[in-house]
Write a protein that binds this ligand. Structure first.
Ligand code: NAD
Length: 512
């Protein structure tokens, strides 16, 4: 089927209607929504302004005051039901992700699977929000930590993981006893509306089962940066988890710091992989191809820089170029497609600009040209580009959110490590090697400086069980698994005297 034969507006509308979303919400608003698959309009979502956002945050604060009193395992029951509703809606929501964000089918479904997985994780967590008991120097005393809910958690998300990022934050924040307010990307409001409708189904079942949940527990605010700013500026939002570009983080971070609010910043990446002489090149080829071309290079963890040892360069790089020349680019809704469209024209222009700059810096470019423009003039498909660079300069040290892989030859392992770390971003990284010394060095204190450092898998993608996030300009935030839940709670240290004297710490005497 050609791109023009799809009626994606009708399909998106049918999905939203089956999820019980009134047409007015996505059809009669002011925010134009388009599909990157065909470039055509999908609908017009209803937006809120900053004043309405502020009112919604006030309501969310009231909800928090009640929700924090619900025992955590009972809060977990709501997330268990959300997981069930997501399982039931997986194919529909996954399809909508593909329609609105342009992901290939398996990645659209995979994104919803991540939502389900984090719900399962959070349900278990709801019985494990425990602190330590700590040895005290005083007789008849006990010292311990308790973890308490924080308040309203603001969630700002990017277009490229339009629903999973919300769920990573929402599932943890809610079991932790917070209320949540979500400002999704203005490029992907329909998937947000759908996710919220799914959440409301879970909430309805929760209440029908006899549990208590306050109004305003979870709010969706559709709008642009000004609505995000309302979240960032509101004094009753003690934590904002913001995912997006470093440019956005630079605006949001200092404002939150200015009012001593917490931030989880999940910002841009410029991820690298090192291919060493001992690497299994078949495995490397597949790992690199998926990490660099998957999601059309529009993952924060996409592989953008590849350092190849001189002894394997002439074997690996021609094979990679062949894969780049033949990878199926096209309609992400069709089986067999591996690379879908860029999100919009601005992304296409950004890619072309970076390729021009790379050429000016001595790079040799293969690919990068626009495809399928004759079928869909407003959709932006490209052949992924591979650029052999003489050194790490110019656009190589920046994040261009498009499928460009810069390849640089190296001869010394320590130089490759230095190149890996010599960019402002610090999200993800990997090494392909069968040499245990190189693998261990890469993951050691003198190795990769990123939040994610992998061995024999690419840098892109992550499992929800681990803490996710990166260093330097990536913002330093961690969310999802491990102990990331602690960021959504406040810790109190309690000392309890169960004796009848009052010994002071450090031997201090104060007898009155
Ligand atoms: P973006 O920065 O343009 O927008 C992200 C979100 O921030 C949107 O909801 C937007 O409305 C909001 N926003 C923008 N300016 C704001 C402001 N001043 N105050 C409050 N909110 C504001 O990003 P994008 O183009 O949607 O997404 C791509 C970027 O996101 C890439 O840089 C990518 O690396 C990054 N990203 C990072 C992660 C991660 O976990 N590190 C995950 C996904 C995407």
């Amino acid at each position: 089927m050609t791109l023009t034969t799809y009626d994606l507006a009708a399909e998106a509308g049918a999905i939203l209607s089956r999820l019980g979303v009134p047409a007015a919400i996505w059809k009669e608003g002011t925010l134009a929504v388009r599909s990157p698959v065909t470039g055509e309009a999908l609908g017009s979502a209803q937006e809120v302004g900053p004043a309405e956002a502020t009112k919604a945050i006030d309501a969310a604060h009231k909800a928090f005051l009640e929700w924090r009193l619900v025992p955590a395992p009972k809060r977990g029951e709501l997330i268990r039901l959300l997981g069930e509703e997501l399982r039931a809606a997986k194919s529909e929501l996954g399809r909508l992700v593909s329609i609105e964000a342009g992901k290939i089918t398996s990645e659209g479904l995979g994104e919803v699977q991540e939502m389900i997985d984090i719900c399962d994780f959070a349900v278990g967590l709801s019985r494990q929000l425990y602190g330590l008991t700590i040895a005290t120097e005083r007789a008849d005393h006990r010292m311990m930590e308790t973890w308490h809910p924080l308040g309203v958690v603001g969630i700002i998300s990017a277009f490229n993981f339009p629903v999973a990022v919300w769920s990573w934050n929402a599932a943890l924040a809610l079991v932790a006893g917070n209320s949540i307010v979500w400002k999704p990307s203005e490029k992907t409001p329909l998937t947000a509306i759908a996710s919220h409708a799914i959440f409301e189904k879970a909430l309805k079942r929760y209440v029908e089962a006899g549990y208590t949940a306050p109004d305003g527990l979870s709010t969706l605010l559709i709008g642009g940066a000004a609505v995000g700013e309302a979240l960032v500026d509101h004094p009753k939002v003690p934590l904002v988890s913001a995912t997006g570009s470093t440019r956005m983080g630079r605006a949001v971070g200092p404002k939150l710091a200015g009012r001593f609010a917490r931030a989880i910043l999940e910002l841009g990446g410029n991820n690298a992989a090192i291919v060493t002489p001992s690497a299994n090149l078949d495995l490397t080829l597949r790992g690199v191809a998926f990490a660099a071309m998957g999601t059309a290079g529009q993952r924060c963890t996409s592989l953008r820089r590849l350092f190849v040892h001189e002894s394997v360069y002439d074997t690996l790089v021609p094979r990679l170029k062949k894969a780049y020349g033949s990878v199926p680019v096209g309609n992400p809704l069709e089986a067999g497609t591996l690379v879908g469209p860029l999100i919009d024209e601005a992304a296409f222009n950004g890619m072309q600009k970076a390729l021009e700059e790379a050429k000016a810096a001595g790079g040799s470019v293969s690919g990068g040209e626009r495809l399928l423009a004759n079928e869909a003039a407003n959709a932006f498909y490209v052949r992924p580009a591979i650029v052999e660079m003489p050194e790490q300069v110019g656009p190589v040290v920046e994040e261009t959110f498009a499928p460009i892989l810069y390849v640089i030859k190296y001869s010394n392992f320590d130089d490759a490590l230095e190149l890996n770390n010599a960019v402002p971003q610090g999200l993800s990284s990997s090494i392909f090697t069968n040499d245990v010394r190189e693998a261990e060095a890469f993951t050691s204190a003198r190795g990769s400086d990123c939040g994610i450092a992998n061995v024999n898998i690419g840098p892109s993608g992550a499992e929800i069980g681990g803490a996710f996030g990166g260093e330097k300009e990536t913002g330093g935030g961690r969310e999802s698994g491990s102990d990331a839940w602690k960021a959504y709670m406040r810790r109190a240290t309690n000392t309890i005297n169960y004796g009848s004297s009052l010994p002071l710490a450090q031997g201090v005497k104060f007898d009155v």
